[in-house]
Structures are given as structure tokens and as C-alpha cells.
Write a protein that binds this ligand. Structure first.
Ligand code: AGP
Length: 612
């Protein structure tokens, strides 16, 4: 899940590439590099660490107008200058950057070594440079050499290459789902990249390569074909952008900015899909899926990480509102367990990026089985939106912090509305019920804003949690996914081991961990099976474990019982998860800052995960 970009135009390529790499840094940040093609000369610089390290080393590069850049998340070979991309062929005439995994690289490497190639890195990517070199030596053009190379490798990849044999050109290939390849068409300049973030600062006019397609671009042309050699007409489309949300503004971290943006993001998402006067639902991007909803007999929701937690809530909404059996599954497990699917099954994938490989592969399985597919996605034109029959867009704006926050809450409200839409299609939803739900949703942004305004009141909790090594997050019913999400937020940005559990499960094992230095955070709001939570909290306290609870304000019993409480305003049972998760996001953020962690780019992670 690396970030890749290529530029061919009239301007010096280095500043364009550096800016693009900064926009792609969320895809990986353990090393970065640039290669420039100036006539028949190649120049490369690459550095371990973040883009800032690379930027400090680009001064000596020539003023070329064609180049490629890469920001890496290591799969094969530890992060180092040597293993950073771009990688060169042994004759120094081919340079390659890559996203994905060459699954048969060990066998290819052995064969290449035996035929005299010398390797300079431990990466799987370098095999691609040597393979292209061989194909060029056999008399092929650069594009044909890339196609011939693509036919020899297995696994999902996006490959971008340049060669002194084809000055002025950049070639790219997309094989499977490894983050995709998008081509940007500017005025006398072209961009090739792994995703839109790198293209939009240059142009909004784009085309996406499909699986098995290749392209060759120069400053003023783009041609595409399949690996088999059939010509492809690139389908150009215009992507809207909102540059303001891409900036951190006055906030110290994107994550904090994004947490605080939630009232607006939630409101934008709700009112892009519904109106209050008259009470109605508008799903403009459902496409062919709209007409098939009435025939849906079963729903399977899939996602990863935070999006999986949103999907867990979507399952509850669908069963409750539409009375259709719904299951939820981790996409990476779903795809390998030969799931029972058919045309009557609706598969709902949740992915803020729309590029997560586990989700895309699961969608491919669903497609093959003929299931109807809807994706809930925050990224216009992303791959999940191109695979699914219909899309429900969340309107969170660009999310840059690796820890997802506003994309969780907006996905939850989008799933809530999708459940209502399904209920409408299936019949059980009356206009009065719809109006009731929409009135509750209309109050939600204000309630979330009120939780955010109380941030200072929970500051006293930061120090205690920051000193802990482990923490248990408990919830029941709709609060269970909230507990899972609270634990994920804490562990990914503060590196404290957080474990999210269904509170009823606690006495079947985890309670053995309880001791005075092991804090529990319980989500015990009014509608989250509160009475049962009270018992669970008492069981923990009886064993000396300190408990902090997220409660509904005015809950005097829990205020007296718990060591600390975080009160949130009352809200309808269905929307409690959206309100209860916000203090947990803030707590994780404040604890991570207190511990001096890199909040927006935590270690070992990347924003978009495009490798299995
Ligand atoms: C969330 O904080 C995580 N960084 C991660 O779990 C994320 O939600 C997951 O990788 C799925 O991403 P997606 O929504 O883009 O598919």
C-alpha cells in the first residue's frame, strides 16, 4: 500500500512530485524516492523515512519535466535507502515504482540471478525492473515490455515505469486490486498516480485503468491497452474537489480537525441522502441497485477496521428497520470462506477510501456469485464505487488522519439511512416512521457538537489512561461496536493495548485480567442494555478494577458507582453509538498527544491498506 505518482509535462517535475508524495504519504511513510528522466539520462534519489528526508535531498537533481515518485510501506525488505523505490534495472535504463506484492518474486528473482542479473535491494519490486529490461532487450517497446512483464507476475499490483529507451514517456499497469491507477489529463501535462489525491492538484480531468490494463502517457498524450494487446478507450471524467478540507488549518493534527468536523460532516451526509420537508430519502447514486432492493432477501455487510465497526451497526439497523436477515463479516475472512451468496443477497461494503484490497477482493467474490452490491464510500470515483451496482456516498470530506473518525460516524448515519431505504423498498416503513427517524437524525449534528464542546471535562482522565499498559472497552448491543472502535482508536495512535469486548463476554475470560492497574472504559448509556452494564461494572469493581463509563447525563446511579464518568446528552437509542463514540475518539487523541505519539501517522500503519 504505497503511494505512486508520475508526471510528464512542461514544469519542473520535482516540486510536482514532492507535493503529490506529501498528499500520498498517508499510504505509507517508511521511505520515499524520485526518479527523473531527462532525455536519455535517469537520475534517482531515495531516502529512508518521511517525505521531508527526501525533500532535503532533491537539490542536486536536474530540472527534468518527466519523473516518477514513490512513498513506501514496506512489504519485502526492511525500510532503508536501498529498499526505497524507485528501483533500477542492472543496465541502468529502466526504473520502476510499484504498489502491491509480486507473489512469485522469489522464483523470478532466482531465475533472474541465474541469468546474470544483479540485485541492489531485497524488494519484490526490483524483479519488475529486471524483467522489463529483459523484454526491452528482446526488442519490445516499453509498453509491450511492461505487458510482457505483467504476464509473468502473480498477485495484485500497480506498476509505473520509465526508460531511457522511451524518453518523455511513463508507462503504468494495473493488475488486480492494489490501489489502482488513475491518469490525470492536464493542459500539456499528465499525471499517473495510485489515487486521486496526487492528481487533483494538477487536474480534475481523470480516467481510471481497469484490472489488466496498461497505459503510456507523455506530456500531451495517453494511450491504453489490455495486457492481451487490445486497445482501450480511456473514459474521462471530471472529479469535484474541495481543497480547503485538505488543509490542517489551525489544528495541530488532522485527527483533531476531523473529530471536530463531525457535526458538519454528519449533517452533510444526512441531507445529501434525505430531506425533512417533506420527509423523503434521495439516493441518487444507487443506480441499478435501486430497482432491485425490493427483491433483497438477505444482507451481508463487509468492511475492515473502523469501517467494519460501522458495518456492525449497519447490520443492526437493517435487521431492525427492514426486517431482513443481515450478517456482518470481516472482508478478509469473508472472501476466503466460500460464502453462500446469490442474486437475492445484497452485499454492502463499507470503505472510506474505497481502495482497501480486502474489501475489493471480497466484492469480487460477491460479484462472481451474482450478488447485488452497494458500497458506502467517502471517496468520489473510488474503486468500490466502480465495482458496486450502487453507491451511498458519505460526505465527510477528505480524511487525512490515519485514525478514522468522521468517516466512522458518517458511515454509521449513511447505513442508518440505507436501512430506512431498504425498509421503504420492502414495505415495513410507514411515512410517519420515516418522518420520526429523520427528526431524530436532524438533531444529531447538534448533539455531537455539544459532546465536542465538553472536551475539557474529560481531560482529568488523560493522565491515568496514558500511564496504563492495557485497557478494556466494554459495551452491549449497539454499544458493542462502539467499544470495539474505542479500543481500536486507543491502540492505533497511542500504542496502549486496548481490547474491545461485548460486556457479557467479559466474565468468560477477560475478567481474569482485572486488577487495580487495568482500567475499564464502559459504554453504559441509557439504551445500551444499561441495567446489565451496571452489573458488569460492579463485577469489575469487586475485583479492584477502576471503571470509567460513558453515561447518559443525569445518570446518578452510575455517577456514584464508577470511578469516573463521561456524560453525553440523551439521544434516540439508534443514534447513541454516534454520540457515545465521540468522547472515546477525543480520549484516544488526547492520550496519544500526552504520550508524544505521531497522531496522524502512527507507526507501522498506512491510511489506505492495499496489500493483503
Ligand atoms: C481506522 O482508524 C483504521 N486506520 C483502519 O481500521 C481503517 O478503518 C481500515 O483500514 C479500513 O479502511 P477503509 O475504510 O478505507 O476501507
Amino acid at each position: 500500500m504505497c503511494g505512486i505518482v508520475g508526471y510528464a509535462g512542461q514544469r519542473p517535475a520535482v516540486p510536482v512530485l514532492i507535493r503529490a508524495l506529501k498528499d500520498l504519504e498517508y499510504r505509507g511513510y517508511d521511505s520515499a524516492g524520485i526518479a527523473l528522466l531527462e532525455g536519455e539520462q535517469l537520475a534517482i534519489t531515495k531516502k529512508q523515512g518521511k517525505i521531508a528526508n527526501l525533500e532535503a535531498s532533491v537539490g542536486d537533481l536536474p530540472d527534468a519535466t518527466v519523473g516518477i515518485g514513490h512513498t513506501r510501506w514496506a512489504t519485502h525488505g526492511r525500510p532503508s535507502d536501498q529498499n526505497a523505490h524507485p528501483h533500477l534495472s542492472c543496465d541502468g535504463r529502466v526504473v520502476v515504482i510499484h504498489n502491491g506484492i509480486v507473489e512469485n518474486y522469489a522464483a523470478l528473482r532466482q531465475r533472474l540471478l541465474a541469468s546474470g542479473h544483479r540485485f541492489a535491494s531485497e524488494t519484490d519490486t526490483e524483479t519488475l525492473a529486471h524483467l522489463i529490461e529483459e523484454e526491452l532487450a528482446a526488442g519490445r517497446s516499453l509498453l509491450n515490455a511492461l505487458a510482457a512483464t505483467a504476464r509473468q507476475v502473480t498477485g495484485s499490483q500497480a506498476i509505473v515505469a520509465m526508460s531511457t529507451c522511451d524518453p518523455g514517456a511513463i508507462v503504468a499497469a494495473r493488475l488486480g486490486n492494489a490501489g489502482g491507477v488513475v491518469i490525470g489529463f492536464g493542459q500539456g501535462e499528465m499525471v499517473v498516480a495510485s489515487d486521486l489525491a496526487a492528481v487533483l492538484p494538477v487536474t480534475q480531468e481523470v480516467a481510471f485503468l481497469a484490472d489488466g490494463q496498461l497505459a503510456r502517457v507523455t506530456a500531451d498524450s495517453a494511450e491504453a491497452r489490455t495486457i492481451a494487446g487490445e486497445p482501450v478507450a480511456l473514459e474521462r471524467r471530471r472529479i469535484p474537489i474541495d481543497p480547503v478540507t485538505a488543509l490542517k488549518g489551525q489544528y495541530p493534527h488532522f485527527m483533531l480537525k476531523e473529530i471536530l468536523e463531525q457535526p458538519e460532516a454528519i449533517s452533510d451526509t444526512i441531507w445529501s441522502l434525505a430531506t425533512l420537508e417533506p420527509p423523503a430519502l434521495y439516493f441518487d447514486d444507487l443506480g441499478a441497485a435501486a430497482g432491485r432492493l425490493a427483491a433483497v432477501e438477505r444482507v451481508v455487510l463487509i468492511g475492515m477496521g473502523t469501517s467494519l465497526h460501522a458495518a456492525m451497526l449497519g447490520q443492526r439497523y437493517i435487521e431492525a428497520f427492514a426486517r431482513v436477515p443481515a450478517a456482518v463479516d470481516n472482508a478478509s475472512e469473508f472472501r476466503y470462506r466460500d460464502p453462500v451468496l446469490g442474486p437475492e443477497t445484497l452485499v454492502v461494503s463499507v470503505s472510506q477510501s474505497g481502495e482497501t484490497v480486502d474489501v475489493l477482493e471480497a466484492m469480487a467474490v460477491a460479484k462472481q456469485a451474482g450478488a447485488l452490491q452497494i458500497t458506502v464510500c467517502n471517496t468520489e470515483g473510488a474503486q468500490t464505487t466502480r465495482v458496486a451496482d450502487g453507491t451511498v456516498y458519505t460526505r465527510a470530506g477528505l480524511e487525512r488522519g490515519v485514525a478514522s473518525t468522521k468517516c466512522f460516524t458518517t458511515a454509521v448515519v449513511a447505513l442508518y439511512l440505507l436501512a430506512l431505504r431498504l425498509a421503504q423498498a420492502k414495505g415495513p416503513l410507514t411515512p410517519e416512521q420515516l418522518a420520526g427517524h429523520l427528526h431524530e437524525l436532524a438533531r444529531l449534528p447538534g448533539t455531537v457538537a455539544s459532546v465536542l464542546s465538553r472536551r475539557d471535562q474529560q481531560r482529568k482522565l488523560i493522565r491515568g489512561l496514558a500511564a496504563a499498559e492495557h485497557a478494556l472497552f466494554l459495551g452491549r448491543g449497539l454499544a458493542f461496536p462502539v467499544a470495539m472502535e474505542g479500543a481500536l482508536k486507543l491502540k492505533e495512535i497511542s500504542y496502549i493495548h486496548g481490547e474491545g469486548y461485548a460486556a457479557g463476554e467479559m466474565k468468560h475470560g477477560p475478567i481474569a485480567l482485572i486488577e487495580p492497574s487495568f482500567p475499564t472504559i464502559a459504554v453504559a448509556t441509557e439504551h445500551a442494555l444499561r441495567a446489565k452494564m451496571v452489573s458488569n461494572i460492579e463485577q469489575i469493581q469487586a475485583r479492584g478494577g477502576p471503571v470509567t463509563a460513558v453515561i447518559t447525563e443525569g445518570d446518578e446511579q452510575l455517577t456514584a458507582l464508577c470511578d469516573a464518568v463521561i456524560p453525553v446528552p440523551p439521544v434516540s437509542s439508534w443514534l447513541e453509538p454516534v454520540v457515545a463514540v465521540v468522547p472515546l475518539q477525543l480520549l484516544a487523541y488526547d492520550v496519544a498527544v500526552q504520550r508524544g505519539c505521531d497522531v496522524d501517522q502512527p507507526r507501522n500503519l498506512a491510511k489506505t491498506v492495499t496489500v493483503e
